[in-house]
Write a protein that binds this ligand. Structure first.
Ligand SMILES: N[C@@H](Cc1ccccc1)C(=O)O
Length: 474
């Protein structure tokens, strides 16, 4: 029989027939607890030791449990009030706290019901709960506490303890086994004729969590790589934008609902706009300027355009970039944070990221846009892509790209379109602009098979540790 040095150490240092917990065994043998555990299992396989896993369950009162132990359960208090003749809901409410909880339980247990404003007793009751709470408080572990656990009056501590017992100590042990192959052993040749320690991959060991990139960061990087490979340049811009670049330059009328305080975070500050763009954009809004459009009509206020906002979309960045780089060809993208007044739920956050892009060239059109986006989605691993008609004030035609995901069906991923002449001409942009803005978080959720967007931004180690690295291709 071949024993490893670890097993030999353990078997030598423990007495036969006696149970040791891991801590004791570690102390006596000088091995660490993991090594003791490993050696114990190895010895058990050879019939030399026995490993016992003992679960120790103990109960504890929660704060609420303690409160009820001293005050009595709400339903018990209400029950005795009723017994004393209090049968009106209003009066019972006055005489006790937790009436709602109390009547809930009396009804659930079939002890009382409500008729109009009265409480009607249906049967006599005895309440075992308090007795159980008392026992638990005295350190006992009584039966029948499931209901109390569900009511969160009692919590359960489960401790796992592992014991090892040496069954016999073989006398004709114990060959000298080589554990580590060192240069010395190799040079001297002392390994010859000896046995090597074998690994046993079935032995339980501690889980080790290595550092890894956040899966969201990886997917962002994947998108970035795709656009870089397609010849796009990554651009950045300020989180704070004038309404002019966030809305007006995109031919979004000044009374558009998206500009409402309800939807947009405004800063209490204004930016000076001395651009010569301003006049042309203003005219385009009012009467179409030289674009051939009729514009939106009405007035256009410079103050409204000067007001600063937290950018509501990254289209503010791409349009400004095009205004500064109006000569074709231009291919640019931007993956960055945007802000909207949203109530937080599983699919909405007030901050999220968009994957924005523009392609400016002379002879491009709608079909190139669809082809380009389809190509991107295919590269991201979505095989079925379709485009539904959409509406944005700055594009014509406009579409909403959708991808097909098993179990979810068609999922919308943002917007896209060809910039209108009311957008390009006042800014001097020469050519056609294909533009899109996709929900980066949604894209990541779909790829990661998640249902709750919030998880992407929470430091939830449980989830992060479980995400298989294989789902990410970066
Ligand atoms: N800005 C749009 C998306 C979009 C970008 C570019 C063109 C068309 C649509 C949004 O935030 O939803």
């Amino acid at each position: 029989m071949m024993l490893s040095p670890m097993e030999i150490t353990l078997i030598k240092s423990l007495e036969e027939g006696k149970d040791y917990d891991l801590e004791q065994a570690a102390k006596i043998s000088g091995l660490n607890k993991d090594a003791v555990l490993k050696a114990s299992y190895l010895l058990q396989e050879k019939g030399l030791a026995e490993v016992k896993v003992v679960k120790d369950i103990s109960y504890r009162l929660t704060d609420e449990g303690e409160k009820y132990l001293s005050e009595g359960l709400p339903e018990e208090r209400l029950y005795s009030l009723i017994k004393q003749g209090v049968d009106s809901i209003d009066q019972a409410k006055k005489e006790m706290k937790d009436f709602g909880i109390a009547i809930g339980w009396l009804r659930k247990k079939g002890i009382a019901k409500i008729e109009g404003k009265k409480i009607v007793l249906l049967k006599d009751a005895d309440f075992r709960e308090k007795e159980l709470l008392k026992k638990i408080d005295d350190g006992e572990t009584p039966e029948g506490v499931d209901e109390l656990i569900r009511r969160k009056l009692v919590s359960v501590d489960e401790k796992k303890e592992i014991f090892v017992r040496i069954l016999k100590k073989p006398s004709a042990e114990i060959k000298d086994v080589i554990k580590d192959l060192t240069p010395d052993i190799l040079i001297s040749g002392s390994w010859k004729g000896k046995e090597f320690l074998k690994y046993d991959v079935r032995i339980p060991s501690k889980t080790i969590f290595t550092a890894k990139y956040h899966p969201y960061e990886k997917i962002v990087a994947e998108c970035r790589k795709i656009f870089l490979e397609m010849g796009f340049t990554e651009i950045k811009g300020s989180f704070v934008q004038s309404s002019f670049w966030n809305f007006d330059a995109l031919f979004q009328p000044q009374d558009h609902p998206a500009r409402d305080m309800q939807d947009t975070f405004y800063l209490d500050a204004y930016e000076d706009l001395d651009d010569d763009f301003v006049e042309k954009v203003k005219r385009t809004h009012i009467d179409g300027w030289k674009t051939g459009s009729t514009g939106w009509g009405g007035d256009w206020s410079l103050d409204t355009a000067r007001k600063l906002v937290l950018r509501t979309h990254t289209t503010a960045i791409t349009i400004h970039y095009l205004a500064m780089n109006p000569e074709p060809p231009v291919k640019a993208f931007c993956i960055d944070r945007v802000y909207r007044r949203e109530s937080i739920d599983a699919t909405h956050l007030p901050e999220f990221d968009q994957l924005e892009g523009v392609l400016l060239d002379k002879d491009v059109g709608f079909r190139h846009l669809l082809g380009l986006l389809r190509e991107f989605f295919l590269k991201m691993g979505f095989e079925d892509v379709r485009f539904r008609p959409g509406y944005f004030p700055y594009t014509e035609p406009s579409v909403e790209p959708e991808v097909y995901v098993d179990g979810l069906g068609w999922v919308e991923l943002g917007g896209a379109g060809v910039f209108r002449k009311e957008v390009t001409e006042p800014l001097g942009i020469k050519g056609k602009v294909l533009a899109w803005g996709l929900g980066m978080g949604r894209l990541a959720m779909l790829r990661l098979g998640m249902k709750d967007l919030r998880k992407l931004y929470q430091p939830d180690l449980g989830w992060l540790r479980e995400i298989p690295v294989s789902r990410l291709r970066w």
